[in-house]
Design a protein around this ligand. Structure first.
Ligand SMILES: C[S@@+](CC[C@H](N)C(=O)[O-])C[C@H]1O[C@@H](n2cnc3c(N)ncnc32)[C@H](O)[C@@H]1O
Length: 444
């Protein structure tokens, strides 16, 4: 495993509300403790306080000498020779030949996470775990910290890790979440509000993991307010997305209850109703135009210049009669589902998804059912992913259940809706959608 020399160093101290939650979970009888990115040492304090009588070794690592001097000043008198400080890059310090494998009772860390996808670390999972074949992965630094920390923990040892939302929510990191569950149990996931770290827009998470053990439930807690709320997720409920975040799991539960209580709305999986194609033109555009996210203006999809200026695409990825379009990326992308009126044969950029109903005549009923869900708070949580820059994963959209029967239960409204869609009467569309939501008791 190699550390890229351009790796940015992030050094915000761990915010107090996160340290307070960690303090509540500190185990007793810790003999060996590690903080691999110790900073000023605020995370080790509750562990030392609780275990002062028995702790034998506290290993602290930081890439910055100045941080270690502060830790030295604060803890040397208390810990004496038990405190070991290493001015090093943790990833190199813990290289696969490290003698400290399966050594620590507890590891607490708030590793650097700068959210840059261009600076990745190459690891071979064969060196890191019991995998039998060579398997190279390029991972952000916080993921390299996680994988290494798990290796350094004793069986039944505990890891406390402060992490960005990518590990907990993103599709790309499902393999890491599965790896954690294979190597032990994720006991708790705390979700902290956006900007818990001053300059981090996304939410921050605290994961508590125990090695070499199996637990049926993960306790997922939201810490947005003093009165935090929590839910238990059974491992069998993780299904294929392995999401550990409260925001998604609570929305998903409420949504499933709604589906169970309204079978008359004929809930149908989007996968059964339409196919998704990603636009064929690589963005950003050069030369000729193609339908891009900026073509969703005034709540509908339109072209501002002459049709001749647009690239044509008569393949499956170009627009056909009856297609719906949605922004694949961008803020509130889930709220951009609209009918592609008079845009047949035009190409889309790869920032746009073309949603093709399996039968053209279903277009408007699918549009209605999709928009009723997607333009709601729960819907956006179920469909959108990402931190600041949101995006839609085709798989999440295809797995979504939508109330395709709403048009049958509201026949007059649906006739008016079809008219409003075809005549691009946006306000009428929105007000009919709201009325149907109310009539159908879809409080989302
Ligand atoms: C978010 S801070 C940790 C703050 C600490 N928990 C506290 O509350 O004081 C991250 C720390 O990781 C250190 N760091 C960054 N890259 C590192 C690396 N590759 N190895 C070890 N430490 C690193 C930074 O110098 C910084 O002190």
């Amino acid at each position: 495993m190699k550390l890229n020399s351009e790796l940015p160093v992030c050094k915000y101290n761990t915010p107090k509300p996160i340290v307070d939650v960690i303090a509540k979970h500190v185990p007793k009888n810790i003999i060996t403790l590690l903080d691999p990115a110790v900073g000023e040492g605020s995370l080790i304090y509750p562990f030392i306080r609780r275990n002062l009588a028995n702790i034998k070794k506290v290993v602290c690592i930081d890439i910055e000498q100045a941080a270690l001097i502060k830790v030295q000043n604060q803890y040397r008198a208390l810990l004496g020779e038990s405190l070991e400080l290493f001015h090093n890059d943790f990833i190199q310090w813990s290289s696969p030949l490290s003698k400290l494998e399966s050594y620590f009772d507890c590891i607490v860390m708030n590793p650097p996470f700068c959210g840059r996808n261009d600076v990745l670390i190459k690891i071979n999972m064969q060196d890191e775990s019991s995998e039998t074949t060579i398997s190279y992965k390029h991972v952000p630094i916080e993921i390299a910290f996680i994988i290494r920390a798990i290796r350094l923990l004793k069986p039944f040892g505990k890891l406390f890790a402060v992490l960005p939302s990518s590990l907990v929510t993103s599709e790309r990191m499902i393999w890491v979440r599965k790896f954690m569950i294979k190597m032990g149990a994720v006991l708790y996931v705390y979700e902290f509000p956006r900007y818990s770290f001053k300059r981090v827009e996304g939410r921050t998470y605290l994961l508590i993991f125990k090695k070499s053990t199996k637990h049926n439930n993960i306790v997922v807690t939201n810490k947005d307010s003093q009165a935090s709320s929590r839910i238990l997720i059974n491992r069998s409920e993780l299904t294929n997305n392995y999401r550990f975040d409260y925001a998604f799991q609570s929305a998903y539960r409420r949504y499933n209850k709604l589906i169970e209580s309204s079978p008359y709305l004929k809930w149908e999986k989007v996968d059964n109703l339409l196919q998704i194609y990603r636009g064929s033109v690589k963005s950003p555009l050069n030369g000729k135009l193609a339908i891009h996210t900026s073509n969703f203006k005034g709540y509908h999809w339109q072209i501002s210049s002459d049709e001749d200026q647009y690239t044509t695409d008569y393949s499956m990825r170009g627009i056909q009669n009856g297609d719906l379009l949605v922004k694949r990326v961008g803020r509130n992308c889930s709220q951009s589902i609209g009918l592609a009126l008079n845009l047949q044969g035009i190409a889309c950029t790869d920032c746009v998804f073309v949603l093709r109903p399996k039968k053209t005549k279903w277009s408007i009923s699918i549009l209605l059912a999709l928009r009723i869900i997607a333009n709601s708070t729960i819907g956006s949580k179920l469909i959108e992913r990402g931190i600041g820059a949101k995006y839609i994963a085709a798989k999440s959209l295809l797995n979504l259940m939508i109330p395709i029967g709403v048009y049958e239960s509201n026949p007059q409204c649906f006739r008016n809706y079809s008219y409003a869609v075809k005549k691009i009467m946006i306000e009428s569309m929105l007000s009919i959608e709201n009325k149907i939501r109310k009539n159908s008791k879809l409080y989302l």
